[in-house]
Design a protein around this ligand. Structure first.
Ligand code: GLN
Length: 183
């Protein structure tokens, strides 16, 4: 069972990819939805709105506990922001919001991501953050113009972009493979 935080933002496209890979998605809205998950996805959206939803539903501490327990997690775009030091504080990174510029600076790029085989990842950036600072436990998996846009720290992978909007499934495959490795 793969949880997808569904308070706000682009959770449906992730559910579709999870299903296409033969796994079962579960929309997560309240702490009880986190029980028994094999993996979790935090989608893109608006990090300010998502923060309010997490507070309203009392999800911050249960989400931190899930990461601490070693559950594989994938955060995309606003999902990366939610995982940084200023938000859920589970990754030793700082995210700079709207770093590439606002709406006009949305763009697509092919990004080489370490650990993802089969050529560069087709990535859609929408008012995307980049990682402005990261600690020693953080591995940079991919960059655009020398700005980290894909990182991993232990069981958590976070990317600045939207793989799910480009029909890109390999990061989800990686998440599910981490899941199996942990099981
Ligand atoms: N700019 C948004 C934020 O700061 C993120 C955009 C996205 O998730 N596509 O939360």
């Amino acid at each position: 069972m793969v949880g997808i935080l569904a308070l706000q933002g682009g959770f449906e496209a992730h559910a579709k990819i999870v299903r296409s890979l033969g796994a079962t998605p579960r929309e997560v809205r309240v702490p009880a939805d986190l029980e028994g998950l094999d993996a979790l996805i935090i989608p893109g959206g608006e990090s300010t709105v998502m923060t309010l939803g997490i507070e309203r539903e009392g999800l911050a501490e249960p989400l931190r506990a899930l990461v601490r327990a070693g559950t594989p997690v994938l955060g995309t775009c606003a999902g990366l922001i939610m995982l940084d030091r200023d938000h859920l504080d589970v990754l030793d990174i700082s995210a700079r919001r709207n770093a590439f510029g606002r709406q006009l600076k949305s763009f697509e790029a092919d990004v080489d991501v370490a650990g993802v085989d089969g050529g560069p990842v087709h990535a859609v950036f929408i008012r995307a953050p980049w990682v402005s600072r990261h600690g020693p436990e953080v591995e940079v998996l991919g960059s655009v113009d020398d700005r980290p846009v894909a990182i991993r720290q232990g069981n958590v992978i976070a990317v600045s972009f939207h793989p799910e909007l480009a029909g890109e499934k390999r990061l989800h495959e990686l998440l599910l493979a981490m899941d199996r490795a942990a099981a």
